[in-house]
Design a protein around this ligand. Structure first.
Ligand code: AMP
Length: 542
């Protein structure tokens, strides 16, 4: 017997219509690439998303055709999120920080038909448009007046001129909720990037999951600042979650430095902000010397790479801001776990709470997890046994776009490539990315543990730990460090800082001081590049 509930597909268009109807006056504030602040509401954004849908219907596009964006976080990008997917096309968010050749490769692989870009990327578009034969329509996200007379790109139109003639009324099509909605390529540190193709159903369920109180706890009382780009796994789903809950949205545009982010937080009463650890380093480094405080911010979601405990303490002890340490992947839409305390843990002394809060956290309902040994046997949830982390659930990929890389699943589970422990309360902790683990004489050293300790040293701005060849031990840890401006610390002092914090054999063999650690297109440390740079480094112990 089937239940007698209405068979209503979960479609992305319903999110923006809900926001327009129930939170029509809630604001969407954007710092534009032009430099000024732009203000709109969900009511207007929905009207303009309908104009986008009408404009797309006017082009020769089929259902599921890809419409690409190359854009910062802003209201026009937000309108495209809903206009493109809502009308049955696939929103393909391109990462502008990739090398031009990689962008070309991805556009061609995705067979994008339309490409909408921020004016800051006009030079890039000029360089690549002739290499992208599938793209028939180029749209610059600006007013017609901002478009130079001769752009050098055939048929280029401004977004405003393109949507202006179209009606703000539109009957969103109803279709199978399993239809493709958006596409995001993995960073592809090994081999070519692969596409994660999200569906309407997965996106709406992920938005529900992300909004839960023990996830990101989104509400109509929030003012949300996604510093994480809308081209990095859909800004972790925040645009959808904000529309679902009616939260105010604040978009930072291209200004992601500490000063700009701080000023936006204060000016727009931001209560929650989200981004990778490197973004928050910039913010804290801007605030500390000037003795600045937050007046409204109560939590930050930090994920994408391990959040150093020193950062969690700095936010909590110095600014009264709770860090929600979160873990996920492009292949997981991306939310997997978020770290929030349970009732009994709230009664624990602060240092014991901190030991929990540094973990990547508990699974959001909708994500199943297990850890397995190299033979695939499940390991216990005792907080000690560490193994390969596998996941499954309705917002985790079943395969890559166009079947690239074959079937990624093992018995229906997706192997994340992360190594983790899970404790009896279900708190998962990543010990490492499997390829970053340092294998020293058969024992594993967690590069994250070693980095976290270095990051707690007052002279260290950024630290990465990598394995370097060693004749006896196979690999030994090398600590690569960027010092804070004006700060002094010696190799010996840094190594002594490890005394009593880790076992002696886990202490790095050497320290290399550098001016900068290479960051990838999503702001993560590129350890592959570091390993290449230091592949001939001679350890004093070798
Ligand atoms: P991406 O798909 O580019 O977002 O990368 C996903 C990978 O980033 C994961 O498999 C992890 O290795 C890493 N990652 C994401 N969040 C965290 C976190 N909170 N702590 C440690 N690693 C993380």
């Amino acid at each position: 017997m089937l239940g007698l509930m209405q068979d209503q597909p979960l479609l992305i268009s319903s999110l923006i219509e809900f926001a327009a109807q129930h939170h029509g006056n809630a604001e969407i504030v954007s710092r534009r690439v032009e430099g000024d602040l732009h203000r709109t509401t969900y009511r207007e954004a929905a009207a303009r998303a309908r104009q986008v849908a009408n404009a797309l219907d006017g082009l020769d596009l089929a259902f599921s055709d890809r419409v690409a964006t190359l854009a910062w976080n802003g209201y026009r990008h937000f309108e495209l999120y809903f206009g493109v997917s809502g009308s049955g096309r696939v929103l393909h968010t391109l990462n502008p920080r990739l090398a031009p050749d990689q962008v070309v490769w991805i556009v061609n692989h995705a067979e994008d038909r339309v490409l909408c870009f921020d004016m800051t990327f006009l030079p890039l578009i000029k360089a690549i448009w002739q290499k992208c034969p599938t793209v028939k329509h180029w749209v610059a996200l600006c007013d017609a007046t901002a478009l130079p007379a001769d752009t050098g790109v055939e048929g280029l139109v401004s977004y405003e001129a393109w949507i202006a003639p179209h009606s703000t009324a539109y009957a969103w099509p109803q279709f199978d909720e399993k239809s493709a909605a958006s596409l995001c390529y993995t960073s592809g540190t090994t081999g070519n990037p692969k596409g994660a193709l999200y569906s309407h159903r997965s996106t709406v369920l992920h938005a529900y999951g992300g909004a839960l109180p023990d996830s990101l706890g989104l509400s109509a009382r929030d003012s949300i600042l996604p510093v994480v780009p809308m081209f990095h796994v859909n800004a972790w789903g925040l645009p959808y979650g904000a529309a679902m809950t009616g939260a105010k949205l604040v978009f930072p545009g291209a200004a992601l430095d500490g000063k700009s982010v701080y000023e936006l937080i204060e000016a727009e009463g931001v209560t929650m902000a989200a981004g990778v650890p490197t973004v928050w380093l910039g913010l804290l480094n801007h605030m500390a010397p000037a003795g600045l405080r937050f007046s409204t911010l109560n939590r930050t979601v930090i994920g994408g790479s391990a959040c150093p405990p020193a950062m969690i303490s700095a936010f909590k002890d110095q600014y009264g801001v709770t860090v929600l340490h979160a873990w996920g992947m492009t292949e997981m839409s991306p939310l997997g776990t978020v770290c929030t305390l349970k009732l009994p843990q709230q009664a624990l002394p602060p240092e014991q709470q901190m030991a929990v809060l540094v973990k990547q956290g508990r699974a959001v309902y909708g994500v199943e997890m297990k850890i397995v040994d190299p033979d695939g046997h499940e390991l216990p949830w005792d907080g000690q046994a560490s193994g390969d982390l596998y996941v499954k659930g309705p917002w985790i990929i079943s395969g890559y776009f166009k079947g690239e890389g074959g079937n990624p699943l093992v018995d229906g589970w997706f192997p994340t490539g992360d190594v983790a422990t899970i404790d009896a309360d279900g708190f998962m902790q990543i010990t490492d990315r499997s390829k970053d683990v340092i294998k020293s004489g058969g024992e594993w050293i967690s590069s994250i543990d070693i980095e976290n300790i270095a990051m707690a040293h007052p002279a260290v701005a950024m630290a990465a730990c990598i394995g370097v060849r060693h004749p006896k031990w196979d690999e030994r840890p090398l600590l690569v460090v960027v010092r804070k401006p004006g700060a002094e610390v010696t190799r010996e002092a840094l190594l002594a800082f490890y005394d009593g914090k880790v076992a002696k054999w886990q202490v790095p063999d050497d320290v290399a001081f550098v001016d900068a650690i290479p960051l990838g297109a999503t702001g993560k440390m590129q350890k592959m590049k570091l390993r290449e740079q230091f592949k001939d480094h001679r350890l004093p112990t070798a």
